[in-house]
Design a protein around this ligand. Structure first.
Ligand code: C5P
Length: 306
């Protein structure tokens, strides 16, 4: 076996994230609206002699990426090993070169996108013949957000996020301003903070607001801006109080809506592209904001680029 396969997969934000009770397996029942945005993770899988699967992670400028393991704990390596096991190729080796565009532990599923890209790349590199259904089943074993990175676009996710139903959007692209934090948040810690905040209340099964889905289908951007929501937001604010002010500042500067993405700390603001400049400017000045990015969505899922 020889050669190299390169695959890109997108990051996501959640336009709505409703969190139900904790399930017996420790995760929470979700009803969420995933939306893939134009921040690409790129994974190149190269066949190597021997049976090792190794990984090297770099940022967009070729620099190292603190906080991402470069060993068997890396989700892309776990994806490669899962493909190898499922295909019965015990002795195949590969090197994975991961180029990250997505903030680490930022609530944008960058690690899940790496895993989705590695699944597709290794399935091709090792000529497994796995179809999309097979890859989706493997993805669900790796993490709640990995299946979405395979299909992307805009989709409602239920279960712990792995059961997906696409949302057909009009031709309109959505424009987002992202406020990135210098340091990430631990997803389990955010879910635990939510459980603590709700400890004295009954928690209902999660349901996505049908008006939000209608707004997406009809391209009603103003309505969408008012309907975006995230049950994890107060838990994220409890852990990072300054973000409450950052969110308010982006909305005051003219964003049509804004919310914490996933388990944070990234904030996503829906903007009119002709009026995004003040939002970008104001956010860049907020304490704790390390970078401001403008992206559009939706974008397609994991795909070969070479
Ligand atoms: O599925 P994933 O590995 O991305 O989840 C990471 C952690 O986030 C889980 O171990 C759990 O603590 C929390 N989580 C959760 N409910 C979900 C998804 C994630 O509690 N639906």
């Amino acid at each position: 076996m020889s050669g190299a396969v390169t695959v890109r997969a997108p990051a996501k934000i959640n336009l709505s994230l409703r969190v139900g009770p904790r399930r017996p397996d420790g995760s929470h029942a979700l009803s969420t609206v995933f939306h893939a945005v134009q921040l690409d993770e790129v994974v190149t899988a190269t066949a190597v002699d021997g049976d090792e699967v190794t990984v090297e992670v770099r940022d967009e400028h070729g620099g190292s990426v603190p906080g991402v393991p470069e060993d068997a704990a890396n989700l892309a390596v776990r994806a490669a090993l899962l493909v190898r096991d499922e295909a019965g190729l015990g002795s195949a080796g590969a090197h994975l070169a991961v180029r990250k565009a997505t903030p680490v532990a930022g609530g944008m599923a960058g690690g899940s996108a790496d895993a989705a890209a590695a699944l597709v790349a290794c399935a091709r590199l090792w000529a497994t013949g796995f179809d999309q259904q097979r890859l989706l089943a493997l993805a669900a074993r790796l993490g709640s957000d990995v299946p979405f990175a395979l299909v992307a676009g805009t989709a409602i996710g239920t279960g712990r996020g792995e059961r997906l139903e696409p949302v057909t959007m009009g031709p309109r692209r959505l424009h987002w301003v992202l406020a990135l934090a210098a340091t990430g948040l631990s997803t389990p810690a955010v879910y635990q903070a939510l459980d603590d905040l709700r400890a004295d209340r009954p928690v209902r099964d999660p349901v996505t607001d049908p008006r939000l889905v209608t707004a997406l289908e009809r391209g009603l951007v103003g309505a969408l801006g008012m309907l975006v929501d995230n049950d994890l937001q107060d838990a994220v604010f409890a852990l990072r109080p300054a973000l409450r002010q950052t969110l308010a500042a982006g909305l005051e500067a003219g964003a049509r809506g804004g919310l914490v993405s996933g388990s944070g700390p990234t904030l996503a603001f829906l903007v009119d592209p002709r009026r995004s400049a003040p939002v970008v400017r104001v956010l860049a000045r907020q304490p704790g904001v390390a970078d401001v990015r403008q992206v559009t969505g939706p974008v397609p899922g994991a795909a070969l680029v070479g």
